[in-house]
Design a protein around this ligand. Structure first.
Ligand code: PA5
Length: 460
């Protein structure tokens, strides 16, 4: 059940109607005209859920999976000092985002007794220097290192190559029997290359649920295991997601934050605002902006319509920025560059920790205003300052407000953005769950690496 006294995150679009926006403002007429279409889409999605589509929407209610993840985390906690996730794209970004959002910002550098679990490393690239560096760092701690190989297909070249290196290392250093105990495979529940290997080698496994694609899988065992092992309350996370499910089922546009976020993005896209910036004023939320970047880009950037017949070449370009850091980098462009961006600011009402700025140097008038305030106040003022400055130069922006950063609010945000992506898919008339555009690059890589069946240079 929802955690007591915990509030919902809110989507605020009032700035989009600011007078200073002039013709760039969003009109009530536009929203009203779109509302009946969106209502039908939400109803269709709910109907399709009953027929087994949009399976990610049911993850918060999968008690069996949550229990399985918690039990496995409990089993490994006393055994490991390091958890290494081997995965890429949707098999990695959610792990990184949950960890950054909900654990200490320098979690891996804390002493063991101050951490809520093992150190976490998510290897989402095959940069050899990075991987060799990780192996250096693990060194003699290999017997207390768990490798969670995450791949739905089990054949992704990056993840598979990392797995092969690790398997060899473990067998050489620890022997085959012990090596198998250091690997946990998260993969398709029934079939696929990694499932077969796991069965043959005797690995513990977790399932990637049927019908849940990589970028929609953070609230499955894919993202939950590392979170649970590192001490994050995954039940609260799922309660937050379930609470948001109630919101995003609403058929009235203004009462459904997912529909509203999708609609606003869609309406501005039609007006030429084809870039969608997500700018959290919180370092903890920065990796969630990165996670969203994949979700939005890979789901909505499509050549063909949903039926697969008509060419559209459509899709908003998601961009991540960080407040206040990028005020000293990107905001110049956002205020004075092309009128092609819609900016979503993420704001936190109350930080778990805040630091008072010391009153110092009484004779230095230029800095006197800072003394006595807190860093949290300064960051909030920076957010308001940027928002008002953007509006003053007729740049539309909206805010997603977090009362606090907790598993409950982060679960809501993840679910909100996923549901918004599905609705945006309907508005843009694309299939949000496929990614045909990434296939050719993979095939050419297979050809270059000598994979059987790819002897000829692939063209499509
Ligand atoms: O969202 C997606 O589908 C992709 O980003 C995949 O997660 C990514 O390609 C990794 O695939 P797999 O889990 O099959 O290794």
């Amino acid at each position: 059940m929802p955690a007591k006294n915990q509030k919902l995150i809110t989507l605020e679009i009032k700035s989009l109607q600011a007078k200073s926006l002039g013709p760039q403002a969003l009109t009530a007429k536009e929203l009203n005209e779109l509302a009946p279409r969106v209502k039908k889409m939400v109803q269709t999605i709910e109907r399709e859920r009953q027929l087994g589509r949009h399976r990610y929407r049911d993850l918060p209610y999968d008690k069996l999976m949550i229990r399985q993840v918690r039990e496995l985390a409990k089993f490994y906690r006393p055994k490991v000092n390091n958890l290494v996730v081997l995965g890429i794209g949707g098999s990695a970004l959610g792990n990184i985002a949950l960890q950054q959002a909900l654990n200490h910002p320098y979690y891996n550098l804390l002493d063991q007794q101050d951490r809520s679990g093992p150190r976490l490393f998510v290897m989402d690239n095959v940069d050899p220097t990075l991987f060799a560096g990780l192996l250096d760092l693990i060194g003699d701690d290999l017997p207390r290192t768990l490798f969670n190989v995450i791949s739905k297909s089990g054949e992704t070249a990056e993840t598979a190559s990392q797995y092969l290196i690790v398997r060899d290392l473990l067998i050489r250093k620890l022997g085959s029997k012990k090596a198998a105990g250091q690997i946990l495979a998260t993969t398709d529940a029934h079939s696929g290359t990694l499932r077969t290997i796991a069965q043959q080698e005797g690995y513990n496994t977790l399932p990637v649920p049927d019908g849940v694609g990589g970028r929609f899988s953070v609230l499955s065992a894919v993202g939950l295991f590392s979170a649970a092992l590192c001490g994050i309350d995954i039940e609260d996370l799922m309660h937050g997601a379930a609470a948001m499910d109630q919101q995003v089922k609403q058929t009235a546009l203004l009462h459904n934050p997912a529909a509203l976020f999708a609609a606003v993005n869609y309406l501005y896209y039609q007006r030429g605002r084809v870039m969608s910036v997500m700018m959290p004023y919180s370092n903890a939320l920065y990796s969630l902006a990165d996670w969203f970047r994949q979700l939005w880009a890979e789901s909505l950037g499509k050549r063909y319509d949903a039926a697969g017949t008509q060419e559209l070449f459509v899709g908003p370009t998601p961009i991540k920025a960080l407040g206040s850091t990028d005020q000293h980098s990107q905001v110049q462009l956002y205020r004075e560059g092309p009128q092609d961006k819609l900016i979503t600011l993420l704001e936190v009402d109350k930080f778990d920790r805040d630091i008072k700025i010391a009153k110092q140097l009484p004779k230095v008038k230029a800095l006197a205003y800072l003394g006595g305030a807190t860093l949290g106040q300064l960051l909030q003022a920076e957010k308001q300052g940027t928002e008002l400055a953007l509006l003053a130069s007729a740049r539309p922006c909206l805010t997603i407000r977090f009362p606090r950063l907790t598993p409950y609010t982060i679960g809501q945000f993840i679910y909100l953005m996923e549901a918004a992506t599905t609705i945006a898919g309907s508005l843009f008339n694309v299939n949000p769950y496929d990614q045909p555009g990434v296939e050719l690059g993979k095939k050419i890589t297979y050809h270059l690496m000598g994979k059987k069946g790819y002897e000829k240079m692939p063209r499509d």
